[in-house]
Design a protein around this ligand. Structure first.
Ligand SMILES: Nc1ncnc2c1ncn2[C@@H]1O[C@H](COP(=O)(O)OP(=O)(O)OP(=O)(O)O)[C@@H](O)[C@H]1O
Length: 341
């Protein structure tokens, strides 16, 4: 009987629901435990409820029902400033007329902390994100990546336990986005804080998350580490949304097969695979992406197949070619029955 109580979750959502006065249910009774000190990405298509969920955790949006616990403390009805969370926004929301230092020190000023002390703390944090030497610059004199670091320092000055990030990289150009995403990940590990990051990018979520939460229509479709969500999508929606999969209607029901797990051969008499016709060939660098249509009249679904550049070079295909598709049985994933069914 000497079992230890489970470690408190960084954030726990219990039957959390949001119904906006005007509309349908934006967040529909979701349950979620996010481990303390982990990087969690909330992912899903536009309108799935991820920002509403984040805003409820932040205290920027009221809940309709359910509870939010932060390290076992019920914060559901606390004001935003008293929760132990801090938010970093898409546009960074820095004050343009204030220096980086004053932007970072701003919330301490609001709390009445003396100028010397708040500047000391703000300078410390700016040093920590390698921005100490630019403390006197205004946001307009900083690059997108530098502004992101100032925004991070500003969020950290309230000493949050949980940092909430709402599409923090979407304002950056693609090159900087990849660089800053690596920085976010490094900071999260260094600080040991719980990060909850909302994104609509599967790639971003896979690169960053310890835990991915895929949402659809206000509900959670799947929670798990990226490799599990990608390799064992729990629902047809997840398989399609994550991309890189084909959903095929087999005699055993619907299965998901990764597009790099499908093998092609020229169609020959007696072939045992699925016959299909190539309609599209796209060169992508390290691989070639083929678009196929099934010849058995099934669904009219487009199938994508990814071939390594070298195998394509050995056996090229062109639009109009008839091929036979095969895959190993163990690489076809059926979907567990949905709990609602
Ligand atoms: N203030 C509001 N009043 C009424 N309905 C709202 C409000 N904010 C969001 N919604 C609705 O709630 C649902 C979820 O919106 P939410 O912003 O949480 O989605 P999201 O997944 O973050 O989308 P996006 O990626 O486009 O930001 C949508 O149907 C949206 O139209």
């Amino acid at each position: 009987m000497n079992t230890l109580p489970p470690l408190p979750a960084g954030i726990e959502l219990i039957a959390l629901t949001k119904q906006y006065a005007a509309g349908s249910v934006a967040v529909d009774s979701i349950n979620l435990r996010i481990a303390s000190g982990s990087y969690c990405c909330l992912l899903g298509p536009s309108g799935c409820g991820k920002s509403t969920t984040l805003r409820m955790i932040a205290g920027h949006e009221t809940t309709s029902s359910g509870d939010i616990l932060l390290e076992n403390r019920n914060i559901t009805h606390l004001p935003a400033a008293g929760r132990g969370t801090a938010m970093m926004f898409q546009s960074f929301a820095l004050f343009p007329h204030l220096s980086a230092l004053d932007n970072v020190a701003f919330s301490l000023k609001m709390k009445g902390v003396a100028k010397d002390e708040r500047h000391r703390q703000a300078q410390d944090l700016l040093e920590r994100v390698a921005m100490g030497h630019l403390a006197q610059r205004k946001p307009g004199e900083l690059s997108g990546g530098q502004q992101q670091r100032v925004a991070l320092a500003r969020a950290l000055i309230t000493q949050p336990r949980v940092l909430l990030l709402d599409e923090p990289l979407s304002a950056l150009d693609p090159f900087l986005r990849i660089q800053m995403r690596a920085e976010l990940r490094r900071w999260q590990k260094e600080l040991g804080l719980t990060f909850i990051h909302v994104t609509h990018s599967q790639e971003e979520a896979m690169a960053l998350a310890d835990t991915m939460v895929v949402m659809n229509h206000g509900r959670i479709e799947q929670v798990g580490p990226p490799h599990e969500v990608y390799n064992r999508p729990a629902t047809e929606f997840v398989a399609r949304f994550m991309g890189g999969h084909n959903v095929l209607d087999t005699t055993q029901g619907k299965v998901a097969v990764r597009n790099d797990h499908i093998h092609l051969a020229p169609l020959a008499n007696g072939e045992s695979g699925w016959p299909a016709t190539v309609h599209d060939v796209e060169y992508q660098g390290t691989y070639v992406l083929l678009g196929l249509r099934l010849d058995n009249g099934q669904t009219g679904e487009n199938i994508s197949v990814m071939l390594p550049e070298a195998s394509f070079a050995q056996r090229p295909y062109a639009p109009g070619d008839q091929v036979s598709m095969t895959w190993a049985a163990w690489q076809a994933h059926s979907f567990p029955p949905s709990p609602a069914a």
